[in-house]
Design a protein around this ligand. Structure first.
Ligand code: ADP
Ligand code: MG
Length: 319
């Protein structure tokens, strides 16, 4: 199968159309028409075999995750997903693999209304790069730099599931069948908090998505905002499957240092707290207050009001 046939069979066919795509797949460039008064948010993420995923990762999950991690970046800025390009490097043309990969990709693309507008297909060690484009009304985006002394710190969802899911796949941990399936699903199919991010646009003072683990990612907010933070680790939200599978200390370590949760971490001024309840209730996303922004630039972890040090699980992050 030639490159153009491959694109035609697996990608052009299912590529969703949007009215704002003037020229889609098939020409030298795609052309899109952004809405009036909207600015474009752009991000890209690459997944490389043996670095970000194992060779035996189900292709449909890989297609799903490739877009999910990109959507998570849009979510953290409060942008509305619109268009993507896909750069696919594959060692060979495996039609079964491609059919599954594209079905996982288009499942999530259709759910969030993302149109595939172009890409590139090359031969080499397997890797997937998606460039995602979203729209922001009137330049209002959430950034990492707006956190202020006294703001409350929140996270969406639960933390640590994905990292334990990875350790289950690596046979470094054990869980019962039901919990195992849940945790691996959280690793393979993270939920980008797209609607929550948009709801937070006029409410949060800063936001970031948690890709490398909260202890690592919060540092980006503290540095960009020139503030410090106190986190009460007793309030870190943990799922039942995580708590059921490892000790309380390990569960917290997965949650604090594990990574790939793709939940949002955000800060909210005291005066905006009421609005937060309403906004996030509408998007149906659970959120938990875990700490407060302070001066001084340091991150302090407390448990029972005493300094807390998580167990080092030795996760390395390349993303
Ligand atoms: P060029 O050589 O001009 O860069 P290509 O032959 O690489 O063009 O691609 C032809 C068309 O197919 C372009 O519109 C390109 O955006 C699109 N395309 C190539 N690979 C993919 C892919 N994996 N997914 C979606 N569109 C793709
Ligand atoms: Mg090309």
């Amino acid at each position: 199968m030639k490159e153009f046939q491959l694109i035609e069979s697996f990608f052009t066919g299912r590529a969703q159309s949007r009215k704002d795509v003037v020229v889609g797949i098939g020409d030298d460039c795609a052309i899109v028409q952004p809405a009036d008064n909207k600015s474009i948010a752009i991000s890209c993420d690459t997944l490389v075999e043996n670095v970000h995923f194992f060779p035996d990762m189900p292709a449909a999950d890989l297609g799903y995750k490739s877009l999910a991690v990109n959507l998570s970046d849009l979510a953290s800025m409060g942008a509305e997903p619109a268009w993507m390009t896909l750069a696919l490097t594959l060692p060979e043309v495996d039609e079964t693999w491609l059919a599954e990969f594209s079905s996982g990709l288009f499942d999530i693309a259709e759910y969030y209304g993302v149109a595939l507008i172009g890409g590139d297909t090359t031969r080499g060690p397997r890797s997937i790069t998606i460039t995602i484009n979203g729209q922001l009304p009137n330049n209002i985006g959430l950034t990492r730099s707006g956190a202020k002394n006294g703001d409350w710190i929140y996270v969406t969802g639960t933390l640590g599931d994905s990292a334990l899911g990875l350790d289950l796949l690596r046979n470094k941990a054990e869980a019962n069948a039901e919990d195992r399936a849940y945790l691996i699903q959280r690793h393979y199919r993270p939920t980008p908090r797209v609607l929550a991010g948009q709801s937070l646009r006029n409410i949060a003072s800063s936001a970031i998505d948690i890709s490398d683990g909260i202890m690592s990612d919060i540092q980006h907010v503290l540095k960009a905002s020139n503030v410090g933070a106190v986190i009460n680790v007793d309030n870190i939200p943990l799922s039942e499957p995580l708590k059921a599978s490892v000790s309380p200390e390990m569960a917290l370590s997965y949650a604090l240092t594990g990574g790939e949760d793709y939940e949002l971490l955000f800060t909210v001024n005291e005066a905006q707290k009421g609005m937060l309840e309403v906004a996030l209730a509408e998007s149906g996303v659970k959120f938990t207050q875990i700490g407060q922004v302070c001066t001084g630039g340091q991150l302090k972890l407390l448990s029972d009001n005493k300094p807390f040090e998580p167990i080092n699980l030795g996760f390395e992050h390349f993303n």
